[in-house]
Write a new protein. Sequence first.
Length: 465
Amino acid sequence: MSRSRPSLRIDPIPAEGRTDPKLFQIFFVWFSANMNVLALGTGAAGPAFFGMGVKQSLIILLIVDLLACTVPAYFILAGSAVFGPKLGTRSMVTARFSWGYYGAIIPSALTVFSMQGFLILNCIVGGQMLASVSSGHLDDSLGIVIIGIISFAVTFCGYKVIHWYESVAWIPNVIAFIVMLGVGGKHLSNVPPPEPLTAASIITFATTTASSVISWCMMTPDYGVYHDARASSMRIFIYTYLGFFTASLTAHYLGAVFAACAGNVVSWEAGFEGGNNVGGLIRAVLHRAGGFGDFLTVLLALSIPSACAPTMYTFGTSFMTIGSLFSKIPRYVYMIISEAILIPVAIIGAKRFYATFVDILSIIGYWSSVFAVIVVLEHFIFRRNTWSRYNVADWNKPDRLPVGLAAVMSFLCACGIIIPCMSQVWYTGPIAAAGSGDLGILTGSAVALLTYPAFRAMEKRQTGR
């Protein structure tokens, strides 16, 4: 691992250590992380899982991406990507300034599970793609193992290598996506939905897509902690937003169009396996380019660690934030734990990809949207959008940080409305069952928006911090 001790632990990076002027790296980290197969799979969920046509999918994806990308980019104009360079703190350390030392254990633990969920999804898709071009020499399971090992290797090398890797990992993906359009474009058309759309299916697809983007807010500070603290907040926001938006919209659109049109081509439909094999669909499209297409399919699969590496890195830093005992354990130990869980669960989840995909993304979206609202409200209302109001030296002093009851109470209130509004394969709340669709993210965020300021004002009045 490179860098000094703070990079190996979760200590804030001091101002003298935040001097990297290459802000464009922030763009490439998030462009590479989203210009990949999993993002394509998110767009494909519209036709494959929610019964959308091409036109409906593209409209929903455009609106959702325009709005949702602001959350990880700047936490809706005060967000996480900016916190990294400005404070030098990792995401879950930053959370302590609103959730308190002990209250922040909740989002830290949830981030650990969420990052593992993303790793599982990425490795499933990568494994499917490798299996699809192996002509029967390896199956999904072995492909998942290969992707998991590569992701581990990149993450093990640390912060600097991840930034370098992300600056080039997008190149084969962009080439492959262009070739997909070139060889498959003549089969693309404005396929209508197979059945009339309902408000519930539209809302649920929109919230699932939003979840895939919003949930990055738990990670973005971790990859800006060495960048110049004097940089303009707006510049950081623009680099991050453009990285997210251009990559997400492109991949989402490709996924939606090819999934909707898969029924037009026998080989595409066979590769897609009823909507459960995104990797198989991509391979079927690229196969028309012959050996070069198979080569691109392999490169696409091997570039999936561009999303896995930052995810596994944040898995470790979030685990270390749960408590002082955890922070003393080297990050590579958590990476090994992640790998040990990742591979067997991904192998099982690959059998029902889109059900697994929607379940994981939705659960992550429920809590991460509430988390984002609380951190943003703290920054704007109680810190008055002023970085000097954060005493970073207090990051590990429970008696100097907020008590955290306000954040926890607001979070619990939000959970109280999310549960009856959620719509999942394994549970549908009474409000969602009435035909509203999955309103969990929207209602949970609204409740947090209303309750946190009141709870926090009372907390400050009673405790003075």
